[in-house]
Ligand binder design. Structure first.
Ligand code: BGC
Length: 432
């Protein structure tokens, strides 16, 4: 069977991680632009990033050259609304031009409305702890939908809320996790309503959570237990079901019984057109003394983030999520962190990433062959970029970026991925 003919092969990025231009054309800072230097490795800052704000045409050319069918990017809220109630025409123009160029290149634009870069002006009135943030979010969503929905069909409300409501770094302060979580869920539900009400073109709407997946371990954990662990409430707000059971199934999980009401659920649980998830590796919530991850063994393969290489994650993740949520699946992020550099021949050879892509996609294909309706895969990331608290130390891109000169160099893995796309996955089996 293999990958369906119309499979959406793509890549993903996020505004705070690539755009730079932090104060250009009227933009005001996001919380990430003003974090104290000691919060980020080497005192790095996203203020200049990959300067995609000025290099976007070149980046779209690369997308076209690689033959990507889809590109997921996020919108910088404070570029579009530098202050409450004040729409920035230049900010909107940037995204308008980007969408036009993508469509002209034959690439499906996919918009994430919130990928962690909360405007400082929203943080000032309480961030996600305050219900007011959710209201301001909807005002912003309406502006973006009005501007882009005549051409954009795919919408993701939030990226990995697990991270920004549990990690202090994201707003520089501690959250009341349940309160912030409820506000985000309500904001999600209302945003879906706003998108469906105002979109000029019939929209396809979803949510992009962090995909925490447990994979079976022979002799330790069978499939049933791995599935139970994948949706376990023991992971709290870091897990998936804490968010997705209310959002997709309309079910209030045990730990949120004191936080969400049935009335909330009417707003939170909106119809979704697909199940989206970011999944990089399989974890195991069963702890063993001295070891977090039951899949770990001495000398196990790892990426530069220290994440284990567990290609079967995409097989189990898509299978388990399809069985529970019964929605067609798209992988909104998956990728490999490496210590890439330009080699003597002027190229970037990254065989580990190429091998990783080959393995995860072969496992994804297996899930498809067994009947899991996966319709897209978006590699993280198009470009090397600002990796949050790791700063620029870690590289996730298919394309190498020299941050001093902003020169882009296409890595070997990108050429390999381009061939995967061209052959619709056909070349994945060449080594088998
Ligand atoms: C996030 C990205 C991040 C990537 C790699 C995901 O958690 O959505 O913004 O760069 O993983 O860490």
């Amino acid at each position: 069977m293999g990958f369906p003919k119309e499979f959406l092969w793509g890549a993903a990025t996020a505004s705070a991680q690539i755009e730079g231009g932090w104060d250009k054309d009227g933009r005001t800072p996001s919380v990430w632009d003003v974090l104290p230097a000691d919060k980020i490795e080497n005192g790095d800052s996203p203020r200049e990033g990959c300067n995609h704000y000025e290099h976007w045409r070149e980046d779209v050319d690369i997308i076209k050259r690689l033959g990507l069918k889809a590109y997921r990017f996020s919108i910088s809220w404070s570029r579009v609304l530098p202050r409450r109630g004040e729409v920035n025409p230049k900010g909107l123009q940037f995204y308008n031009d980007l969408v036009d160029a993508l469509l002209e290149a034959g690439v499906e634009p996919m918009v994430t409305l919130f990928h962690w870069d909360l405007p400082v002006w929203v943080a000032e009135f309480g961030g996600w702890d305050s219900g007011e943030a959710a209201i301001a979010f909807l005002e912003y969503v309406k502006v973006v939908v009005d501007a882009l929905s005549d051409r954009v069909r795919y919408w993701f409300t939030f990226n990995e809320p697990q991270c920004f409501v549990t990690d202090v770094t994201n707003e520089g302060r501690d959250h009341d996790v349940k309160r912030a979580g409820r506000n985000v869920m309500l904001a999600h539900g209302r945003a879906v309503e706003v998108i469906r009400t105002y979109a000029h073109k019939s929209p396809l709407v979803g949510f992009a959570p962090m995909g925490m997946c447990a994979a079976p371990v022979p002799g330790v954990m069978d499939e049933a237990l791995a599935k139970e662990m994948t949706f376990s409430q023991a992971a709290g707000a870091m897990g998936m079901s804490w968010w997705l059971d209310p959002i997709i199934l309309g079910v209030i999980p045990e730990p949120l019984k004191d936080t969400l009401s049935e009335d909330d659920i009417k707003t939170i649980c909106q119809p979704h057109d697909f199940f989206a998830g970011n999944c990089y590796f399989a974890v195991n919530y069963l702890k063993r003394p001295g070891r977090e991850n039951l899949l770990a063994f001495p000398g196990m393969p790892k990426s530069a983030t220290g994440w284990p290489v567990t290609p079967a994650c995409l097989y189990w993740f898509t299978k388990f999520c399809w069985e529970r949520y019964r929605l067609p699946v798209i992988i909104t992020e998956n990728g490999f962190a490496n210590t890439d550099f330009i080699m003597l021949d002027g190229k970037v050879h990254d065989p580990q990433r190429e091998d990783y892509i080959r393995r995860v996609l072969a496992d994804l294909e297996k899930a498809i062959d067994e009947g899991v309706p996966v319709f897209g895969y978006l590699h993280w990331s198009l470009l090397d970029n600002f990796e949050w608290t790791h700063g620029f130390d870690i590289r996730f891109g298919l394309v190498y970026v020299d941050y001093k000169t902003q020169k882009r160099t296409i890595k070997d893995s990108a050429l390999f991925y381009a061939n995967v796309i061209k052959t619709n996955g056909g070349c994945l089996t060449e080594l088998k």
